[in-house]
Design a protein around this ligand. Structure first.
Ligand code: CO
Length: 150
C-alpha cells in the first residue's frame, strides 16, 4: 500500500478516455489499495484512476454510505436533479456549483470481476457522477455554473 501523487489540472492524462479493465489481477489490487490510501490521506470523497496517472476505468468513492470500489462502472439509469458544491483533488483550492442527477443506478464490477448493481442518491450519487466523468476526461469545472477560490 502506498500513497500516489494526485495529478493536477493541466496534465493531459486527466483529459483522456480510460480503457476498460480486462485483467482482474494483482496489478488491479495494488492500484485499488493505493487509491484507498491516497483518497483517505487527501480526505477526498472519491478518486479516479486517471488522477493517479492510470488510464483504466477504476474509481473509488468514500462517503457516509461507505467506501466503494467500482471497476468498469456504467450509470444505467438516473432520476431527478440536484445542484450543489463540488471540489476535486485534481483542482486544488477551488469549488464550484454543478447540477447532477439526484439518483443513479450503477452497474460495475468488483476487484474479483464479479458484476453488481447499486442504487445511490444525494451526495453519494453526486460523487459517483463526478468520478465517472473523470474516466472520460471530463472535470467538474467543465460543467460548473459558478467557481470560487476556497
Ligand atoms: Co475529481
Amino acid at each position: 500500500m502506498a500513497i500516489r501523487n494526485v495529478v493536477q489540472v493541466g496534465d493531459d492524462v486527466l483529459r483522456k478516455k480510460c480503457f476498460p479493465v480486462e485483467e482482474f489481477d494483482e496489478n488491479l489490487c495494488k492500484l485499488l489499495d493505493d487509491m484507498k490510501d491516497t483518497v483517505k490521506k487527501e480526505e477526498g470523497a472519491g478518486l479516479a484512476a486517471p488522477q493517479v496517472g492510470v488510464l483504466r476505468r477504476v474509481v473509488v468513492v468514500d462517503v457516509e454510505d461507505g467506501y466503494f470500489e467500482f471497476i468498469n462502472p456504467v450509470i444505467v439509469a438516473q432520476k431527478g436533479e440536484q445542484t450543489g458544491w463540488e471540489g476535486c483533488l485534481s483542482v486544488r483550492g477551488k469549488s464550484g456549483i454543478v447540477s447532477r442527477p439526484m439518483k443513479v443506478k450503477l452497474s460495475y464490477q468488483d476487484r474479483t470481476g464479479e458484476k453488481h448493481l447499486l442504487q445511490a442518491k444525494g451526495f453519494f450519487a453526486r460523487a459517483i457522477c463526478h468520478e465517472l466523468d473523470h474516466l472520460d476526461g471530463v472535470l467538474y469545472i467543465d460543467k460548473a455554473t459558478h467557481i470560487e477560490q476556497n
